[in-house]
Design a protein around this ligand. Structure first.
Ligand SMILES: *Cc1c(COP(=O)(O)O)cnc(C)c1O
Length: 355
């Protein structure tokens, strides 16, 4: 068995892969593949409806919000958010906590003014800045709830009177959130939702149609919510497999239950990083991500041998992003505690040899 710690696209539950492969051959006993039916059939409409229902149920989405599946990944949301919410003579506030945040900032500057309220760039994004103020006339505040590359996570969202927009690509459905605190949430599917291709957007209806800039239909949240994710052909397979994965999550007991597992997994791995003299964490302890655990070795020369040692033992995808180096173990929902213990065992075995 391979233990897949990849950062994204990433592990999904085995039973979801099995069900998805069955539907490629024969979807719901229609004798047709999920890949060949029309997205306008009642069968596929039922898939979209159930996916939206599961998102609302699992995240307790209150009345007054729309849930849609778009394309273009989280990266297109970096543009769609300011296009739809930032008038050209207004200013949006952004918290700069990593590469994805700074890419979002770059796109927003194309549409209006950007006020970077705080940044941890100088420390190579090893912490979440907490001491900043958001001007009350900001169009919105944009944050990245989990910094996939640097391994930090926001546990206390900033309190602000302006709409809070969050890129939750790598921690959505991993922990409970209060959707009512947000104006807009977006996430590329490929980290805790399903396969790459779909992008989940949860938007407060009162933010729709606010900016009077001319928008291409495909990039207009109002057109997309009115079209119920089907203004054009949606990413049918990605939505279908996301539905299967959300069913899996619901059957497991939902977000509250998976959050407990995620806390236990992260706790076990960070404890080993802190205990084992060969390894050390890269981020401020209080901001450590539960989804992406970044660590390096005290002796960088041992990093290559450790990676080879781990790979031989079926530990996959732990090479760190080039901007941090070292290692990154991603502990998404479908990764079991057994895999975390397998990694811990390998770290201990390696330390015995090189300690
Ligand atoms: C992966 C990731 C992205 C990029 O997602 P795409 O769907 O590839 O555009 C953006 N933000 C965060 C936080 C991510 O983890």
């Amino acid at each position: 068995m391979k233990h897949n710690f990849g950062a994204g696209p990433c592990i999904l539950p085995q039973e979801v892969f099995k069900q998805a492969s069955q539907a490629v051959l024969n979807f719901n006993d229609t004798g047709l593949s999920i890949l060949e039916i029309s997205h306008r059939t009642p069968e596929f409409q039922a898939v979209v409806d159930e996916s939206v229902r599961l998102v609302k149920e699992l995240l307790n989405v209150p009345e007054g919000y729309s849930v849609i599946f778009l394309q273009g990944g989280a990266s297109l949301q970096f543009s769609m958010v300011p296009m739809n919410l930032l008038a050209s003579d207004k200013t949006a506030a952004y918290l700069d906590t990593g590469s994805w945040a700074s890419k979002a900032i770059k796109e927003a500057k194309l549409f209006g003014n950007v006020n970077v309220v705080a940044s941890s760039k100088e420390s190579n994004y090893t912490f979440i800045p907490k001491d900043f103020t958001v001007p009350e006339d900001s169009a919105y505040l944009h944050v990245t709830s989990n910094n996939t590359i640097f391994g930090t996570e926001i546990f206390d969202f900033p309190k602000t009177s302006v709409p809070l927009v969050s890129d939750m690509s790598s921690d959505i459905f991993s922990r409970q959130i209060n959707v009512a605190d947000f104006g807009l949430i977006y996430a590329g599917a490929q980290k805790n939702i399903g396969p790459a291709g779909a992008t989940l957007v949860i938007i407060k209806d009162e933010l729709l149609g606010k900016v009077d800039r001319k928008l291409p239909s495909m990039l207009d949240y109002k057109v997309q919510t009115d079209g119920g994710s089907m203004y054009n052909t949606p990413p049918v397979f990605s939505i279908y497999v996301s539905m299967l994965n959300l069913r899996w999550l619901k059957a497991k007991g939902g977000v509250a239950e998976i959050e407990k597992e995620n806390i236990a997994k992260a706790k076990a791995l960070y404890a080993e990083i802190d205990r084992n003299p060969l390894f050390k964490g890269t981020c401020k302890v209080e901001d450590r991500s539960r989804m992406n655990v970044c660590f390096v070795m005290e002796n960088p020369e041992l990093e290559k041998p450790f990676l080879a040692f781990a790979t031989e033992r079926d530990i996959i995808g732990i090479k760190g992003h080039r901007s941090v180096g070292g290692f990154r173990a991603s502990l998404y929902n479908a990764l079991s505690i057994t895999s975390v213990h397998a990694l811990i065992d390998v770290m201990q075995e390696f330390a015995e040899k090189h300690g």
